[in-house]
Each structure stands twice: as C-alpha cells, then as structure tokens.
Design a protein around this ligand. Structure first.
Ligand SMILES: Cc1ncc(C[n+]2csc(CCOP(=O)(O)OP(=O)(O)O)c2C)c(N)n1
Length: 375
C-alpha cells in the first residue's frame, strides 16, 4: 500500500548522463516543463481576457497545481486509448491529452465555433478520441461515471486504463463513495486522483474530513493507495504511473493522493479572505512547481536557461495567435442553442426585442381589442 513517492522509481539516462527519476528521458522531462508552462501561461491569458469581460462565466485557475494535473496525466498511455476525466483545475491534463489553446480560449469565450458552441463554458467539454471526458459540475459524480467507463474496458477485454480527478471536497460526497466502492468491487482499471489542495471553496481540509490523510480512505474501500508531493511533477508522475501499471495489470483501483495548494480562490471572483495571512505567499515563494522543476532541470539535467526561454517563447506565440483567432470568432446564433438538445429542434423565431421596440409592441403585445391607442 502507500509506498513513499520516490521509492520504486525506474531510472533512465538523460543526454548529459544524469539519471532521471521515473524512467523519463530528457525529451519527456522537457515535455513536462512545456505542459506546466503552457497551463500557467494559458490561464494567465484567460485572466486578462476575464478582466476585459471577454470570458463568459467564471474563470477557474490551477495556479500552483500545474504539476499534479500534468504529471498524473503524463502517466497515461495515449497510444493504448487511456482516458481521463478532468475537473476545472485540470486544464493541464487536457493539454497533455492533446487539447489546444485555441479551443480552450474559444470555449471560455463561449464562441460559436468553440467545442460546445457556447452551450457550455470553461473547460467543460470532452473528446473521446483524444481521451478526455466532458465534466459535469456535481462534485464526485465523475467517479461513478469513470467506474462505468473502466468497467466497459474490463468487460470488453481492452487494455485501457481510466483516471478520474476529484478534489478533497468531492471525497465527502455520496457519489464518490458509491463510485469508488463499485469500482473496487468490480476491480475496474481505474485510478482515482485526489487533489488535496487544502480548500474546497472556503472550507479548509480540517473541516472537510476527520481522516488524517486522504489515502487513509483507501483502506475502507480495500484499494491500493499512493501519496505524492503534488508540486513535484516527477513524483506525481511516478505515483500515478505505479497506479496506472497496477490497473493495467489487473490490480484494480488505486487512490492517489497528490498534496498541493490552491493559490487562487475557487474562481477569479473569490477574494480568499478566509485564508490565513502569509499562507499563499509562502507557497508561492517556496513551493512553486514550475520554479522547482526549472531548478531540477538546470542542476540535474544540464538544461540551459535559454532552452527553457525558447519553450516559453513558443508558448507565448501560440497563445497570442490562439487569442487573436478566438477573439475574431463569432458568437453563436441564438437558434443554435437548441441544436443537439432536441432530435428535431423547433425553428425558434428571433427574439422580438431584436426587431425594435415599436414594431415588436405592435406585433406581439397590443391586442387590437384593448384601450384607445387606435383612436
Ligand atoms: C455536489 C456538489 N456540491 C456543491 C457544489 C458547489 N461546488 C463547486 S466546486 C466546490 C468546491 C470543490 O472543492 P474540491 O472538491 O476540494 O475541489 P477544488 O475546487 O479544491 O479543486 C463546490 C462546493 C457542487 N458543484 N456539487
């Protein structure tokens, strides 16, 4: 059960001869850096667009949590058709699976050519081909959904694994309990990643659970567990990879607890007044996952600062061009809201107030038998 995060790491040679934890080569380590930086820069751009009122609805950040989404998703095998179920703080996992900035920005802006054509917001969309499932907001509900998805893998004899993310808050729901219990009993090839980021909206962990640690919950379900420092991208990868390998080998469910910290509020509007003074700054200055990994890349793998700067520049260029494309995209047509909802959508008339108040009142609101208006 619960091995120390780094214990059984495979080792691989990097090009400068250093050994990389987790069996990851230099190219893969730079991949991890790329996806974490892409997540952060894309969310920073979305924050700018939000302040310009170009984002429709809320903006949910994963600042300081990029390593847990990226490292865990990277442990899946895309060539085998592994699939994950992200939540609002798992943009990084969707990028690893192949989502691109242009579709994310369009989706946040509710554009007519966004993945859900303006019918859903933020990162609530899915793509079964690239291996991420569209999330719903109800906390914990994706656990039974992924129990079903992975049960289908097992029943069809497919060599595939599923991964579902939940926050610490979601572990308190009935759906979480039902889903993980069912998956455990059925020995589904499922990895349940609990992102322990200290808060569920304004509720701190101490008010969320009496369990000392999230992995203690695994014992009650009879499943394996792994715990890792969620701000160490390689540790996150290693712990999840062990869980993925176990699931693929027929070993059933693993609960993976990734310990991290939510540096932004629940969403952009949340002023975090409930957070003790100094806590956010401490995590930002001493435990930023990207800063930490950049230092490791430099000290252990001889990656030059200029190499990371070139990656950052490539990311900025892609996000700039994605922003321009998304900004220029049209909003959806009102009637399109019904497409895909009904098999035979009614052809709705355009809203009357679009036609001008005077004409609309004449046509829609003034019964001929009323009053003295025609006198
Ligand atoms: C069943 C249910 N209850 C309440 C909510 C409202 N809600 C949305 S996110 C959230 C907090 C989630 O906290 P956590 O699961 O720890 O994830 P985090 O936001 O920290 O990533 C709440 C209470 C909801 N979506 N579903």
């Amino acid at each position: 059960m619960n091995k120390a995060p780094h214990e059984s790491a495979a080792r691989a040679e990097t090009s400068n001869g250093a050994t990389a934890r987790g069996g990851l080569g230099r190219e893969q380590l730079l991949d991890l850096y790329y996806y974490m930086r892409l997540t952060r820069s894309l969310e920073e751009r979305l924050a700018n667009l939000y302040r310009q009122t170009k984002v429709v609805g809320g903006l949910f950040r994963s600042l300081g949590q990029e390593a847990d989404a990226v490292g865990s998703a990277y442990a899946l095998d895309r060539s085998k058709g592994d699939i994950l179920s992200p939540l609002i703080r798992n943009l990084g996992s969707m990028l690893v699976q192949g989502a691109r900035p242009v579709e994310i920005i369009k989706q946040y802006m509710a554009k007519g050519d966004s993945p859900t054509r303006g019918r859903e917001l933020n990162i609530h969309y899915g793509d079964l081909v690239r291996g991420f499932i569209g999330q719903i907001s109800q906390l914990g509900d994706m656990v039974p959904v992924m129990a079903g998805v992975t049960l289908s893998f097992r029943m069809r004899g497919e060599d595939r694994v599923g991964l579902v993310y939940v926050g610490d808050g979601a572990t308190s729901t009935g759906a979480f309990h039902e889903g993980i219990n069912f998956a455990a009993v059925q020995r589904c090839p499922l990895v349940v990643v609990v992102e322990n980021n200290g808060y569920a909206y304004s509720t701190p962990l101490s008010k969320q659970t009496a369990a000392k640690q999230m992995i203690d919950k695994a014992i009650g379900y009879g499943v394996a567990s792994e715990q890792a420092d969620g701000n160490d991208v390689v540790a996150t990868y290693e712990a999840t990879k062990r869980a993925v390998d176990r699931a693929r080998a027929g070993g059933g469910v693993t609960l993976v607890e990734l310990i991290t910290y939510r540096r932004k509020g629940h969403a952009e509007h949340d002023n975090q007044s409930y957070v003790p003074a100094g806590e956010i700054e401490r995590w930002a200055t001493t435990n930023d996952p990207i800063d930490r990994f950049a230092r490791v890349l430099s000290s252990d793998h001889g990656v030059a600062a200029s190499e990371l700067e070139a990656i950052d520049a490539r990311i900025t260029a892609e996000i700039d061009s994605a922003t321009d494309i998304a900004d220029a995209s049209p909003m959806p047509e009102p009637a399109d809201a019904l497409v895909g909802i009904y098999a035979d959508p009614p052809a709705e008339k355009p809203l009357w107030f679009r036609e001008g108040v005077r004409a609309a009142v004449e046509v829609n609101e003034r019964p001929s038998s009323w009053g003295t208006h025609d006198v």
